[in-house]
Design a protein around this ligand. Sequence first.
Ligand code: PGA
Length: 245
Amino acid sequence: MTVYVIANWKMTGSLDTIHEYFPQFSKDLTETPNSRTIIFCPPHPYLSFTVSKCVGTSFHVGAQDCSASREAASTGETSADMIKDVEASYVIIGHSETRERYKYDQATLASKLENALTAGLIPIFCIGESESDYDTGKTKATLKAQLAVLKSLSCDARSILIAYEPIWAIGTGKTPRNEEINDICHWIGEESTKLTDHVHPIIYGGSVKPKNAAEILAMDAIKGVLVGGASLNPHDFAQIGNAVS
Ligand code: PGA
């Protein structure tokens, strides 16, 4: 099974920074004997440009969200079909920053997943607990409620990747203990299989840096990392890619 190394550039970047990024990244990235899938998720306006930079490489491109709607009258939205049309192949769905900002309910997230799957995109479905859930022992209950969306899908869900991102670990420099990450990712794997009858790769995100990437990627339940801050610097993100041993 491949190991996913995913860059979430959030609302950062420009044509210039993306242009400069790839030569440096490719220079710093070393070969690995194992299978590794590197995915860049830029803001929507830069999808095509990022795709053009990845032509002739093994890198993939993904969007950071897609619409739950299939209606043309959805001003400001980007459909999964459009993301596919510009030759991106992945889409992040349910990132905690979008869940929080737009208050997505379960039905909306289910529609986003279905639209992505129907368009032929691979969804990177994010789940994660708040700091107060973590502190009060409610992590599994929160994750179980978020995972329940998978049960309601009417199309083939086998390609979905699940990213476990504790909200309190995103952009904070804090992470759960390694054993906690591994245990919860094992559990997420079991729970998601109960819901879809498929085995989904479980990815960890939240303050993944060059210095902790190797130990996180070494855990048996973890099949990749979703990286925000450290993916903005091509040297740092290449170091994280190099941590796939
Ligand atoms: P971070 O962000 O690596 O900056 O913590 C991860 C994410 O939001 O996906």
